[in-house]
Design a protein around this ligand. Structure first.
Ligand code: NAI
Ligand code: MG
Length: 362
């Protein structure tokens, strides 16, 4: 069966990191896999080519693909472009049209990197947790969303946190299913002590657990205490599930446990298709287009390559291949190869292509 991938490399270091994944895909195809790839423009380069952050035909291609691999978008060149066609609009459009409600952000600390971290080694060594953030609801999208002039020299800003039962059901379903492939443990975080949405969140996660996933261990934690625990002893967690706002913050906290931005992959999944059961999916590194290092051949390609490993795991059920790819990354790090962003004493500095080649060789 062929796997159709749309490659949206984007701007800055996006294409440099994507080039390493393309080499890897070519090698996998030589080994008998059947990936069919197509490139398209997104972000600033798409704006330059046709005045939009992504062309309609390319949105359609993303909708039709088995998975989308996304590099990064943006850069100073496009700082002045109109708001609705700014580079980020391309990514937001895809999230919306593909209804990518589940954002997976793993925080993994590779053994070879633990000792050079400024954090306590016993806290982070062997860390492997997954933050699952609801991505399409909550306070970022709820209405009303206004700033009103109160007329007495005061203004009032209103953001609205809205969650419906179905939104909490579907994200908690993803959390429990992911936990079953890992350490079988979900921690749900909200603030039911002060927020009605937290009360409903807690209620629906509990009911979903009872109805379909009672084999998975479920804990509840207030999100502020959760933030503290994430820094104090992150290894107590396996899958953490939370709303859009808490997930945004907690996933950035977790990211810093693991080192460089250049190491962090992510996946965004949609609902299963009614006919095929397959989820729409987009895989991207957490980092941006890094204009400060773009074009120099020194970007760390690991976040992009690890995003492709997530694609193998979650879109194509290629669990053994995903495991091998992640093991290859760990092994190359253990050999002492480092891009500049993760360089430490006694290690060998390599560029983007050499890091990619070393991982492929493994
Ligand atoms: P950034 O993630 O691009 O860079 C932050 C710092 O981390 C820079 O010093 C950069 O050199 C370094 N860095 C990032 N990825 C790296 C890698 N793979 N290897 C080595 N070093 C790496 O974030 P920044 O500077 O805030 O934003 C730059 C541009 O990227 C902006 O236009 C921003 O809007 C855009 N951006 C796009 C995102 C996306 O496409 N999803 C996400 C975040 C930012
Ligand atoms: Mg963030």
């Amino acid at each position: 069966m062929t796997h159709k991938l749309l490659l949206l490399a984007g701007d800055g270091i996006g294409p440099e990191a994507m080039a390493e994944v393309k080499k890897l895909i070519a090698v996998m195809n030589e080994m008998g896999h059947a990936f069919e790839t197509e490139d398209a423009l997104v972000g600033g380069c798409a704006y330059d080519a046709h005045g939009a952050a992504i062309a309609e035909v390319d949105v359609a291609k993303a909708m039709a693909a088995d998975a989308v691999l996304f590099g990064a978008v943006g850069g100073p060149k496009w700082d002045g472009v109109p708001y609705d066609v700014r580079p980020e609009a391309g990514l937001l459009r895809l999230r919306k049209d593909m209804d990518l409600f589940a954002n997976l952000r793993p925080a993994i600390c590779y053994p070879a990197l633990a000792s050079s971290s400024s954090l306590k080694q016993e806290v982070i060594e062997g860390l492997d947790i997954l933050i699952l953030r609801e991505l399409t609801g909550g306070v970022y999208f709820g209405e009303p969303k206004t700033i009103t002039d109160l007329g007495n020299g005061q203004k009032r800003a209103v953001d609205t946190q809205v969650y419906d039962t179905y939104e909490i059901e579907r994200i908690s379903g993803v959390a429990f299913e992911l936990a079953r492939t890992r350490k079988n443990h979900v921690t749900s975080m909200e603030k039911r002590n002060v927020m009605k949405s937290g009360v409903l969140w807690n209620e629906v996660v509990t009911a979903t657990h009872k109805a379909k996933y009672s084999d998975v261990k479920l804990d509840h934690m207030l999100a502020d205490a959760g933030g503290m625990q994430l820094v104090r002893w992150p290894k107590q967690f396996d899958v953490i599930v939370c709303d859009n706002l808490f997930g945004d913050m907690l996933s950035d906290v977790a990211a810093m446990l693991t080192g460089s931005l250049g190491m962090l992959p992510s996946a965004s999944l949609g609902a299963p298709d009614e006919k095929t059961g397959k989820r729409k999916a987009l895989y991207e590194p957490v980092h941006g287009s890094a204009p400060d290092i773009a074009g120099k051949g020194i970007a760390n390609p690991i976040a992009m390559i690890a995003s492709f490993a997530m694609c193998l795991r979650y879109s194509f059920d290629m669990v053994a291949e995903a495991d091998r790819l992640e093991a290859a990354i760990a092994s190359v790090l253990a050999d002492g190869l480092r891009t500049k962003d993760i360089l430490s004493d006694g290690m060998r500095e390599v560029g983007t292509a050499e890091m990619g080649d070393a991982i492929i060789a493994k």
